[in-house]
Design a protein around this ligand. Structure first.
Ligand code: C2E
Ligand code: CA
Ligand code: CA
Length: 900
């Protein structure tokens, strides 16, 4: 019996066992003790009774013998000479004498006979017993001595260990079977029992009673007692043994299932969901075992489902792709629907006419195929939300099942939807081993929902991926996508040519015709580039008007041909919104692996080659070579550095005073940006503004300038520097974003300036492109009080007619005219006309680039309102300005202005 482990291990088992053993042994022992006690007492009483009986019997036997002896004696012939020859007397009497009766010898009164005893010595036992019998008719007395044997022998059972003593009336012992005097208690053994009986002799023999005492040593009773104890012990032991066995059986029946259940529960708690307990039977343990197994099974299934779902979730998070995910879901679906064919049909929103199916047949083989998703099939698949559909009811469904090779007539269709979009359908054929119930539908539903989320996430991932690597305008690869492709090619050691194409006059188109036209042009260019390239080539747009073509290098001459063709085609004039536009293109080529080992190197070198091509003139192709034109390299490097200039705080503002033409006092300043380059020193706007506009950095730079200029004017206000306004140059790019209005107001507000203290200088180029939008922005600013100045007035190609409706306060006459006045009559005419026109429109005129006193005087005479130029002051760092303003505030200075 495999008991030990269980029994010893189980505390409950030990407790029950001990309880049983105690419950059995204690009463048994107690009962035994009581029984033993009662039994010994009963036995003693019995013994005593028996002994008394024996004593009585012995005494009566002796009496009988005495009476018989007397009768025999009485029958003896009274002839004294006659010998006692009677045979019958032999054995009874030792001797008989007949004597004449004497009163002295006669028996006591009333009796004719008497019995007496005779001892020669005090210790003679047995004593000699003598009977006298008087014959009153003859006057003779018969006296006889009895044979000892006759009287005493076989009168008691010597074999039973009994001893008997007989005492005469005076207490003298006349017979004793033992050598000791049993009447004396000290001579008796401790366990001896005695019984006495008084034999009444007075009536027959006229003497006192003889006392019979029988002694029995206790051995027999004791022996009986011992055997009783022995038996009692055996009974106790047997019953205890029985109890032990029974209790062990019971304990085993209780603790073994309990142990199994405990172990099972522990294992279940430890996550072993496959655990089942081997506890059967019709009792509660059996029920518990069945319930436990059911529960473990259910928990296991649920945990498994959760695991699969969470593994799907994990894959959603890890974005490990829809394919793996669908495989996982399929496996789970097959597990849920044992015996049936299962499938997941994927509907790609990008190509809605196509349905790819992943199917698991019950045999385990799987197939993946693409099928046409006809509208009828779509209707058959998509309208039902987790329902059994009969193929017979929907022919399209029947066709699908036939195409899949499913013989099923009924199929469970459960569409995986995400935000109203169906991304896939779970399919289960009929013929499942277990009939589908609500729990099954629930689990399939859960799975389907995860699949929906997973597919949506995968689709979004793909979309993001596409967006991250593609240019939204042209659909080409973007910079990141190009990098990726380039890295791959480099990794694969696939020799190729990297061609960087830059449009020559794109900025002009963009500025003059607006962004939309610019976008149109870029799309056209992208298409034309694509048409020039061989199969296997990739095109990317790096941003702005820069394109890159990755062309597999088949033969070197071939590459040159392609490059030339690209420049030719891209540079060809196109019609854009009714205008013929000719944007030339410059192209730089870097070869892999000859010109660089990494994607970054290759791009940089192609960039250098492209700048070299630009430097050679328009519409040129240049191949990278180590000794490329340093100016082109510089341009490339500079544009890279500029991207960090704002965040690194490398920009500065200098301020050039504008003086009142009449008084010579400084009325305002123009903020002019400078770039404190870490290695090249202080750079002028000419070196980087165009670059900033090309790269779009002008937005950040302009924002910084605006806020910095406002901050500075506010500072000067606090320092009592007498300035009316600060003028800030706005790039046309800034005016293309409506946010500029808020930005201007924010700058004013945050530095506590009034709108009238700010002047914004814009060039005439704002008059082309989206004129209405720009004028609306300017009008908004002007309405708030901000002054608007047209910078470089007269250099633009537009007519002056716009001045009528453009919200403007100031005209800044370009230096080109100012430079020539006094020496070139036509310049004088133009300036005079501008001043006149401005006056008639109520605008202030400011002359720029006034370098001489003569120019200043002439301009003053022409009616120009304010003057600005080296003649008065160069652009000054902010700390130098207060001094310059104060110097010009004196009347002398004013004089100097007008006189000089
Ligand atoms: P601009 O707005 O026409 O600015 C006047 C330019 O003429 C300044 O050149 C100034 O130093 C120069 N100048 C002033 N007086 C004289 C003179 O008497 N003789 C000569 N020869 N030149 C004179 P700068 O500072 O190099 O600025 C060049 C251009 O950069 C500016 O032309 C403006 O278009 C642009 N710019 C400057 N700062 C900013 C700015 O913060 N934002 C934008 N968008 N453009 C700016
Ligand atoms: Ca300006
Ligand atoms: Ca100017």
């Amino acid at each position: 019996m495999k008991l030990e482990g269980v029994f010893l291990d189980s505390r409950l088992g030990r407790r029950i066992f001990l309880l049983f053993v105690l419950a059995a042994t204690v009463p048994t022992m107690l009962l035994s003790a009581l029984a033993y006690n009662g039994w010994t007492r009963f036995a003693a009483a019995q013994e005593e009774e028996r002994l008394t009986q024996a004593t009585r019997y012995f005494a009566l036997t002796v009496l009988d013998r005495l009476l018989a002896a007397r009768a025999a004696l009485d029958a003896v012939e009274l002839d004294p000479r006659a010998a006692p020859g009677d045979e019958r007397l032999l054995g009874i009497f030792r001797s008989i004498v007949i004597v004449p009766s004497t009163p002295a010898e006669g028996p006591g009164e009333g009796t004719r006979s008497t019995v007496s005893w005779l001892r020669h010595a005090a210790d003679q036992v047995p004593a000699r017993v003598i009977i006298r019998s008087r014959d009153d008719t003859t006057g003779l007395t018969r006296i006889a001595e009895l044979e000892t044997n006759y009287l005493w022998s076989e009168a008691f059972d010597e074999a039973s260990g009994e001893q008997v003593c007989v005492f005469a009336g005076n207490g003298v012992q006349i017979f004793c079977s033992a050598s000791v005097d049993i009447a004396a208690s000290e001579a008796r053994p401790a366990d001896a029992r005695t019984a006495s009986w008084n034999l009444f002799l007075r009536h027959e023999f006229g003497v006192d009673d003889w006392r019979f005492t029988v002694l029995k040593s206790g051995g027999a009773a004791l022996r009986n007692g011992v055997s009783f104890v022995h038996i009692a012990w055996q009974v106790v032991l047997a019953s205890v043994l029985l109890v032990v066995i029974l209790s062990l059986v019971l304990v085993r029946r209780t603790t073994v299932p309990l142990h199994k259940l405990t172990v099972g529960t522990r294992r279940l708690a430890a996550g072993d969901y496959g655990v089942r307990v081997d506890v059967h039977g019709a009792d509660e343990f059996g029920e518990l075992g069945t319930a436990f197994n059911d529960m473990a099974g259910r928990i296991g299934r649920q945990v498994h489902q959760l695991e699969v779902l969470s593994s799907i979730d994990r894959e959603i998070l890890e974005a490990s792709g829809a394919a793996r995910l669908v495989r996982r879901a399929l496996a789970r679906l097959a597990e849920l629907s044992l015996g049936a064919s299962v499938g997941i049909a994927l509907i790609d929103p990008a190509t809605p006419a196509q349905l790819s199916c992943s199917l698991h047949a019950p045999g385990g083989e799987s197939c993946e195929q693409e099928l046409a998703l006809t509208p009828a099939l779509q209707a058959a698949l998509l309208v039902h939300d987790g329902a059994w559909r009969r193929a017979a009811d929907a022919p399209a469904l029947a066709d699908l099942l036939a195409a899949l090779g499913w013989p099923a007539e009924t199929v469970y269709v459960s569409p995986a939807r995400w935000r109203e979009q169906t991304l896939g359908v779970l399919l289960v054929s009929q013929g499942m081993a277990a009939s589908p119930d609500a729990a099954w539908e629930l689990q399939v539903g859960e799975l389907r929902d995860r699949v929906a989320v997973a597919l949506a996430s995968a689709a979004r991932e793909r979309q993001l991926q596409h967006r991250a690597t593609h240019d939204s305008l042209t659909g080409l690869l973007n910079r990141a996508g190009l990098h990726e492709a380039l890295e791959q090619a480099v990794h694969a050691q696939q020799s190729l040519a990297l061609m960087l194409i830059d449009l020559d006059r794109f900025k002009v188109v963009n500025d003059t015709m607006g962004h939309e036209a610019g976008d149109e042009l870029l799309i056209g260019v992208a298409q034309r580039i694509g048409r020039c390239l061989p199969r296997g080539a990739l095109v990317a747009r790096l941003g702005g008007d820069e394109f890159v073509a990755l062309v597999p290098d088949t033969a070197s001459g071939h590459i040159d041909e392609i490059a030339d063709e690209l420049v030719l085609h891209v540079g060809r004039p196109v019609m854009l919104r009714g205008t013929q536009i000719a944007t030339g293109a410059s192209l730089g080529v870097a070869m892999f692996p000859a010109d660089g080992q990494t994607a970054a190197d290759l791009l940089r070198h192609a960039d250098m080659a492209m700048y070299a091509a630009k430097a050679r003139g328009r519409a040129q192709v240049a191949r990278f070579e180590p000794a490329l034109d340093s100016a082109a390299v510089e341009h490339a490097v500079l544009s890279r550095d500029l991207t960090h200039a704002v965040e690194r705080g490398e920009l500065r503002l200098h301020y050039q005073p504008r003086v009142d033409a009449r008084s010579g006092a400084v009325r305002s300043v123009e903020a002019l940006v400078r770039w404190q380059h870490p290695t090249r020193g202080l750079l002028m706007p000419g070196a980087f503004i165009e670059l900033a506009e090309e790269t779009g950095l002008i937005g950040d730079i302009g924002h910084w300038v605006l806020h910095e200029a406002c901050r500075q004017l506010a500072t000067w206000r606090r320092e009592q520097v007498a300035l009316e306004t600060v003028a800030v140059n706005l790039s046309v790019h800034q005016l293309r974003t409506p946010a500029i209005v808020d930005d201007v107001f924010a700058a004013l507000r945050s530095h506590g300036l009034a709108a009238t203290e700010l002047e914004l200088e814009v060039t005439e180029s704002v008059m082309v492109g989206d004129v209405q939008g720009t004028s609306r922005l300017l009008a908004q600013l002007r309405a708030a009080g901000v002054r608007i100045a047209i910078d470089d007035f007269g250099t633009g190609y537009s007519s002056m007619a716009y001045l009528r409706y453009l919200p403007v306060d100031v005209l800044k006459i370009d230096r080109a005219f100012v430079k020539d006045i006094g020496s070139d009559a036509s310049a004088d005419i133009v300036v005079r006309a501008i001043v006149g026109l401005a006056g008639s429109l109520g605008l202030v005129t400011v002359a720029e680039g006034v370098e001489t006193a003569a120019q200043a005087q002439l301009l003053t005479e022409m009616g120009c309102g304010e003057l600005q130029g080296y003649h008065f002051a160069r652009p000054l760092p902010p700390e130098a300005l207060p001094q310059a303003v104060r110097a010009r505030a004196t009347p002398a200075a004013a004089n100097a202005a007008s006189v000089a």
